[in-house]
Ligand binder design. Structure first.
Ligand SMILES: *Cc1c(COP(=O)(O)O)cnc(C)c1O
Length: 410
């Protein structure tokens, strides 16, 4: 009725599309999963200014406070003055600048101590990096073993790769071993896991996963989005806590979280990097990262390699937050999940915290599984002990005591 027939084909009119999409949006709203954009009126650092209100921000991934660091800003400004605002083309056309190469070399130094057999490759985001890795390394002959709580970018990489994807229970080595045993026939096997789980803040049992990989002839792809700048000596990551060079592991990390910039990288044996350059479509078919974020990330890496102070400051605040919220004293990551379950309860708790002066975003499906909605508090090196004590008190006051106990399960 609302459609027009043109040469025998049926064309959907705008009003028909509007009706259909409005129904889909209504369903999202009815499920309590409505999302909307709320622009900040100042850099979202320790304070978050939005719609004329000002909150103390406990939702940022800027774990070291580097996104507003004077040295990163100066580096980005100098790079823009020297190199311009854009890279002008993809990396393989004429978009590879000396700056990209410098950052890639610095990342090899940072992540694997400059090991001569290793190289790094930049990507425009962690999302691009994960799609690149999984699609370049696997196809229909291969099997990917994927942790049940892996990030959407890893899930999408699995889908796009055409490999058989076998999901194992979160951080469950017995389940992983059983599944590796069952899929013995593949050409190539990849175990894919986050280092620090983005919505849960727990850490993958990497040493044991790597041993399993070696036993079964598999490779590990480790996503260090929330581990880079956070875990390991000088924030070099979870893998850097092990002696992992020469072992079957490929490390990916991002520049947009603790490193305060934008983009991502893979550090891996040189042959893996060559394959990515030659095959990874999200690397090949996109304009290279512009000079400013590359220079800012390079400055961030230099800062971390010069001094432990920032990472130590972060860990000091992680301890304060763990104590104040009643988490385990050996909690080592800046991500604190407080699980409420349902959408409505979570969004109400978020509003109550806003009324108390804190910005803590509620997390709902599909970011977390249905029934596992939560407040996700993140602490940074830039918070003060008083701010941490205050937000923890506010969380305790808006939460039923029982849910806080459940929240601290792991
Ligand atoms: C944020 C995130 C990504 C994506 O990185 P971007 O650079 O933001 O695209 C990938 N993996 C994990 C685990 C993340 O948390």
């Amino acid at each position: 009725m609302n459609s027009t027939t043109v040469l025998g084909t049926t064309t959907m009119t705008l009003s028909q599309l509007q009706t259909e999409l409005t129904a889909e949006l209504d369903a999202i709203r009815a499920a309590g999963r409505w999302r909307e954009l709320r622009p900040a009126q100042a850099p979202p650092a320790v304070t978050f200014v939005c719609e004329g209100q000002r909150w103390i921000n406990f939702s940022s991934n800027d774990y070291l406070g580097l996104s507003t660091h004077p040295r990163l800003i100066a580096a980005a400004q100098a790079a823009t003055a020297e190199w311009g605002t854009g890279a002008t083309a993809s990396r393989l056309i004429c978009g590879t600048l000396d700056l990209h190469r410098s950052l890639e070399e610095a990342l090899v130094a940072f992540k694997v101590g400059g090991h001569p057999g290793y190289r790094a490759l930049l990507f425009n985001s962690g999302y691009h990096a994960n799609l690149s890795l999984l699609t370049a390394l696997t196809d229909a002959q291969d099997v990917i073993f994927s942790d049940a709580l892996n990030h959407a970018s890893l899930i999408d990489g699995c889908r796009l790769s055409r490999a058989t994807t076998v999901v194992y229970r979160h951080n469950d080595l017995d389940d992983l071993r059983a599944k590796l045993t069952r899929y013995g026939q593949a050409r190539r096997r990849l175990i894919v896991t986050e280092a620090v789980f983005s919505m849960d803040g727990d850490v993958a049992p990497l040493a044991d996963i790597l041993t399993l990989a070696e036993t079964f002839g598999a490779w590990v792809v480790l996503d260090e989005a929330h581990a880079t700048g956070v875990l390991g000596p000088q924030g070099r990551g979870l893998a850097a806590q092990l002696d992992h060079t020469g072992r079957p592991i490929i490390v990916m990390g991002t520049l947009g979280k603790a490193l305060g910039s934008f983009g991502a990288f893979v550090v891996a044996p040189a042959v893996v990097i060559e394959l990515l350059i030659n095959r990874a479509r999200p690397f090949i078919f996109t304009t290279a990262l512009p000079p400013a974020p590359v220079a800012a990330a390079l400055e961030a890496v230099r800062l971390l390699m010069e001094s432990d102070a920032l990472v130590e400051g972060l860990h000091c605040n992680i301890k304060h937050m763990a104590t104040a919220l009643g988490f385990s004293p050996d909690w080592t990551t800046p991500v604190f999940p407080v699980v409420l379950g349902a959408e409505a309860a979570t969004m109400r708790a978020m509003q109550d915290l806003q009324a108390a002066g804190f910005h803590v975003v509620g997390i709902r499906p599909p970011t977390v599984p249905p029934g596992a909605c939560r407040l996700r508090l993140t602490v940074t090196a830039a918070h003060t002990p008083a701010q941490i004590a205050d937000v923890a008190a506010a969380v305790r006051s808006v939460m039923p005591a029982s849910s806080l106990v459940r929240a601290t399960h792991s």
